[in-house]
Design a protein around this ligand. Structure first.
Ligand code: FES
Length: 130
């Protein structure tokens, strides 16, 4: 525990205090090559931490999404199908995995096998075709 305490309270503050960060905007232009070299490791560390944080937040946000692939460039996916255009029946995807959106292509089967889910299409049909 002492080691961690020492790193956080002494080592890191001493390291940061020793960095050649100028007090003014113009000071950045007076830094030597060696000064810039000293700034590379903390810059990479901050960039790396920022990137990993961004990716973590992005993945957490995407984990809550049902739609992972269909028309992602749109803010909302809305489809219109005229009932008169359905000749016999139409199977409409409800799992968001179909490559033939908005129609079911059977991709829900693989999804159900992988996840134990039980999703399937909604079938729209004319009453006389029951
Ligand atoms: S492919 Fe999505 S419900 Fe069949």
């Amino acid at each position: 525990m002492y080691f961690m305490s020492n790193v956080v309270k002494v080592t890191i503050p001493n390291y940061l205090a020793g960095l050649p960060i100028p007090d003014s905007f113009g000071g950045w232009f007076r830094l030597s090559f060696r000064d810039w070299l000293a700034l590379v490791p903390p810059t990479l560390a901050i960039g790396g931490i920022s990137y990993v944080s961004y990716q973590t937040v992005k993945k957490a946000r995407e984990a809550g999404q049902v739609n992972r692939a269909v028309l992602k460039e749109k803010s909302k996916v809305v489809d219109f199908i005229d009932i008169e255009d359905i000749t016999e029946k139409a199977s409409l995807c409800r799992c968001w995995k179909s490559k033939n959106w908005p129609y079911c292509d059977g991709a829900h089967g693989a999804h159900n096998n992988e996840t134990g889910d039980n999703v399937g299409p909604v079938v729209v049909r004319h009453k006389e075709n029951k």
